[in-house]
Design a protein around this ligand. Structure first.
Ligand code: AMP
Ligand code: MG
Length: 350
């Protein structure tokens, strides 16, 4: 975690992560520090087929050995994730890519420019790469990413293999950007969580399907389509009909708090918790970014949704009202998550 990041959000991080004592059920999950001991322990747990939540620069990921059907199945069970929703495979080093996927020039230049970092590439899978078909949900493609977070890279390096790691939250719920969020959702259901503080980007990776000379955006995320286009000099296709494989998980409910979410609001109703943006805010309520910075809004989004949900439940409020957020750059990823949050929760149980 950068110093700037620590300084920017001290109040919320402190309130949220330290106030509540852990319950007995949560204590069944080991809480590891992100020091040399914690990293070695996490790698050993992964090597023995266990599930370990790890910090990344996007959100916390729930990792397990991607080569083991049994270990990967534990991720699906802990999250309550539908079996048809494939997992992103995390690698320690960009050089590992050719072991798992067939990558042409375009995919190689995307990996060369954005890895390590919050970009996931969906590519034709290599046969006999050893990745479990449970992890890829039987797709002929595989989603790969090399995270930039120092602790994540050290754990992956010490583990020495590919790790499947979806977001470390109950399926359908708001993603986790702090170890305390992971424990709130998955405490007692997973073997360990490595506490690396709060996540810098705070929103998931951008997912691109790359086939021959086309790039299709499957999920907007921490790197904007505009940035990818300007770096690579190729168009990122936003619509369907490109022949690229769909992202199966996009059809499922996501990011929903218990409380109803109302988006693109001009102001809060009398019985609503207000989540403002920029100057569309109230002095005494939460603001995704006072200065109207979209990266800061992305970084605050999930933890503020979790806090707003708790406040709404405690105060009996009817909804969380969220200000309109500009729909360009990282704002597109923020609006994508907010739209899905507003579609409502399905059947996750926190
Ligand atoms: P999560 O890990 O919860 O952030 O979600 C990962 C996303 O990656 C899901 O929406 C999946 O559908 C998508 N994904 C993973 N593997 C593939 C694949 N082989 N093809 C297309 N999308 C994928
Ligand atoms: Mg997720």
């Amino acid at each position: 975690m950068s110093v700037a990041r620590q300084a920017r959000y001290p109040v919320i991080a402190a309130t949220h992560s330290r106030k509540k004592p852990l319950t007995v059920t949560q204590l069944k999950t080991k809480l590891l520090a992100c020091d040399a001991f914690g990293i070695t322990r996490a790698a050993k747990l992964l090597n023995s087929g266990k599930t370990v939540a790890i910090p990344t620069e996007t959100v916390y990921g729930l990792a397990a050995d991607a080569r083991s059907d049994n270990a990967v199945q534990k991720i699906f069970d802990a999250k309550g994730r539908p079996a048809e929703n494939p997992l992103i495979i995390h690698l320690a080093r960009p050089e590992d890519l050719p072991r798992f996927a067939r990558a042409g020039n375009l995919a190689m230049s995307l990996a060369g420019r954005f890895w390590p970092g919050p970009l996931t590439l969906v590519l034709p899978a290599k046969e006999n790469s050893g990745i479990s078909r449970v992890a890829t949900a039987g797709q002929r493609t595989v989603a790969l990413r090399v995270p930039a977070h120092e602790t994540a890279r050290k754990i992956l390096g010490a583990f020495g293999g590919p790790a499947a790691a979806p977001s470390a939250n109950l399926s359908g719920h708001v993603s986790a950007t702090a170890a305390s969020h992971v424990l709130d959702d998955l405490g007692g259901r997973i073997d360990a969580v490595v506490d690396g503080g709060s996540c810098d980007a705070g929103i998931e990776s951008t997912i691109l399907a790359v086939e021959a000379d086309t790039i299709q955006l499957l999920r907007s995320g921490a790197i904007s389509a505009e940035d990818i286009e300007s770096e690579i000099g190729e168009k990122v296709l936003l619509g369907s009909g490109t022949g690229a494989p769909p992202a199966p998980g996009r059809g499922f409910a996501h990011y929903a708090p218990k409380t109803r979410v109302r988006i693109n609001a001009d102001r809060p109703g009398i019985d609503e918790i207000w989540l403002g943006f920029g100057s569309n805010a109230k002095e005494d309520s939460m603001n995704l970014s006072k200065s109207g910075d979209l990266s800061e809004a992305a970084s605050n989004l999930f933890q503020m949704l979790r806090i707003a949900d708790k406040l709404a439940i405690e105060s009996g409020s009817a909804a969380i009202a969220v200000s309109r957020v500009p729909d360009y750059g990282i704002g597109r990823a923020v609006n994508d998550r907010l739209r899905r949050a507003a579609e409502g929760r399905k059947d996750w149980q926190a």
